[in-house]
Design a protein around this ligand. Structure first.
Ligand code: E4P
Length: 217
């Protein structure tokens, strides 16, 4: 399973990249706004900066909701860097746009996916990635990971090439369960990635080894 970081924060992207396990980045308008990025030029520069740090797909989301708006914005985003993936919402106009981008050699990430039916449409339109939001599903007392399992099963049965990108990750257990479910990618906040490191027996064991190591010096 590939690891993407789900943030627009440059320091966090650098920290995850320095770990050596980072395969890509996802952003959305909320994550970009949180970093105080404002205006066309600042947005373009920020995506370019991210692409210069991480050697992998970087999802940049369109703001438009009509076919023409999505295509116009997507072309501009895709021109920033070869690693930019145009993130398009799962709406009717979005599906049409994903098909257009696919036919014109531009990779897309279909976002705001909450059902297997939506994931089938995204794959049929040729999205490179589909983003089911598992944390938001959990928030409404359903099991988001079950949706990942269902989509992975359908894509395998049908031979769809779209990669399942588990999004809206809230904790390290989500990452482990997505790996079990066969997700191709997990996009995670830095804190969830670092949470995978934690185990009290590792800390206790290391302390003991370091104390014993001193006896040999
Ligand atoms: C990433 O592609 C999504 O936009 C993101 O994971 C959504 O996460 P949230 O539900 O925590 O906002």
């Amino acid at each position: 399973m590939k690891f993407f970081i789900d943030t627009a924060n440059i320091a966090q992207i650098k920290e995850a990249n320095d770990l050596g396990i980072l395969d890509g980045v996802t952003t959305n308008p909320s994550l970009m706004a949180k970093e105080g990025i404002k205006g066309h030029d600042a947005i373009m520069k920020h995506y370019k900066d991210i692409c210069e740090i991480v050697d992998g797909p970087v999802s940049a989301e369109v703001f438009g909701t009509t076919f023409d708006e999505i295509i116009m914005e997507g072309k501009v985003l895709a021109a920033i860097h070869e690693n930019i993936v145009v993130k398009v919402p799962m709406i009717k106009e979005g599906v049409k746009a994903i098909k257009w981008f696919t036919d014109n050699g531009i990779r897309t990430n279909c976002t705001l996916v909450f059902s297997a039916g939506q994931a089938i449409l995204a794959a049929k339109a040729g999205a490179a990635f589909v983003s089911p939001f598992i944390g938001r599903i959990d928030d409404s007392s359903w099991d988001g990971v079950q949706l990942i399992e269902q989509i992975v099963g359908i894509y395998n049965a049908q031979g769809y090439m779209t990669e399942v990108l588990a999004a809206s990750i809230r904790n390290p257990l989500h990452i482990v369960r997505c790996a079990e479910a066969g997700a191709d990618i997990c996009t995670c906040p830095l804190v969830s990635i670092l949470g995978l490191l934690k185990h009290p027996l590792t800390d206790i064991g290391l302390e003991q080894f370091l104390n014993d190591a001193k006896k040999m010096q």
